[in-house]
Design a protein around this ligand. Structure first.
Ligand code: AQP
Length: 329
């Protein structure tokens, strides 16, 4: 059976980009594949963060993944740091990855741009991500298109590792969604919607109230002209809303375009807002139920970590053996 693995950072609230680009597909994939998902807390430590809220943000995000529909009977859900073997594999893969390829990563260039000082962890982030993917013998990694470069690197590292040490690691590939691979900020449709960029009006959070969602969509930047047409170059704002509508209603972009032929921007935005409110409503309702029982969430995460660790242990036995480490008696 195909093995799917993906993760999300507890760097802030889950937004619509994370949901459409990744998490919604994770829910679908658990039906057809052996799926493993985690809250990648170690990745979030590569940028400055507040330790007094870190733990609760990690827990909230795990709860939100369950609320989004991840079912512990159908997939493994856990917190990255609960399986510390990933840090051992990261170190070993650091001997395979090169400084040159890490320097070419666009996320590193973007996040380090203009910073006086950048952590070594931010530079090494893609190797930790490769370790995550390779530790669990992953075939497919469902991500938004901002992460495909990192998955390509994980693939290159696996191929190089196998070439050097013999067939040890499964070579993964990225899968991106047909629509919603890059959800744009509603106020700055040239940029991706993001947790860490301060654009509260441009970012729809999965737990936003219906009133907040409606307000954000109403004030979304559209384009000159009045035609509702999918043209990401000429009409990035309208195209972003059309893609969101298509994702929320499960239609194609062309069909969505047809539905709004001749409509005013105001009518179009009202329909997009309504579709998004309905799309996110079940997640918000389920989240409220889960929040009332944090003990249950902790139990699910502990069960997930135990299953993940069992897989990781077997991979690390292969890795230690093929790399020539002296094995303890
Ligand atoms: N705007 C987006 N459109 C589509 N997919 C997106 N993803 C993120 N933003 C968009 C996908 O969400 C998954 C989890 O993301 P992450 O937590 O690993 O962090 P990220 O990719 O760096 O996204 P953020 O939300 O912008 O976080 P910050 O601001 O902390 O960097 C990934 O599969 C990602 O592709």
């Amino acid at each position: 059976m195909t093995r799917v693995f993906s993760g999300i950072q507890p760097t802030g609230e889950m937004h619509l980009g994370n949901y459409v680009g990744a998490v919604r597909r994770w829910v679908d994939d658990q039906e057809r594949a052996e799926a493993i998902y985690c809250v990648v807390d170690l990745h979030a430590m590569t940028v400055p963060y507040d330790p007094s809220v870190f733990r609760s943000e990690t827990q909230r995000l795990a709860m939100l993944l369950l609320a989004a529909g991840l079912d512990p009977q159908r997939c493994i859900v856990f917190v990255q740091s609960h399986v510390p073997l990933v840090t051992e594999l990261t170190w070993i893969l650091n001997g395979i990855a090169t400084v040159g390829e890490l320097r070419r990563m666009t996320q590193f260039k973007d996040k380090s741009h203009g910073q006086e000082s950048v952590s070594a962890g931010l530079f090494d982030y893609p190797v930790l991500m490769a370790a995550d993917i390779l530790l669990y013998d992953t075939d497919e990694v469902p991500v938004g298109d901002d992460q495909t470069q990192h998955v390509e690197l994980a693939r290159d590292i696996a191929i190089r590792f196998n070439h050097r040490f013999g067939d040890t690691l499964v070579v993964p590939r990225a899968t991106i969604p047909p629509v919603g691979a890059r959800v744009k900020d509603l106020q700055r449709p040239e940029a991706k919607m993001s947790k860490s960029i301060d654009s509260p009006q441009g970012t729809i959070l999965v737990l936003d109230s219906p009133a907040a969602i409606t307000k954000k969509v109403r004030s979304a930047v559209t384009d000159s002209g009045s035609e509702v047409r999918f043209d990401p170059d000429e009409k990035p704002g309208v195209s972003n809303l059309l893609a969101l509508y298509a994702s929320a209603t499960g239609t194609g972009v062309a069909q969505a375009e047809g539905e709004f032929a001749g409509a005013q921007y105001g009518t179009f935005k009202a329909a997009v807002a309504e579709a998004l409110v309905e799309y996110l409503r079940p997640v918000r309702e389920r989240y409220e139920e889960l929040a009332a029982d944090p003990g249950e969430v902790a139990r699910i995460l502990a069960g997930g970590a135990a299953k993940a660790e069992a897989i990781a242990t077997v991979t690390m036995e292969r890795v230690r053996s093929s790399t020539g480490l002296l094995l303890p008696e």
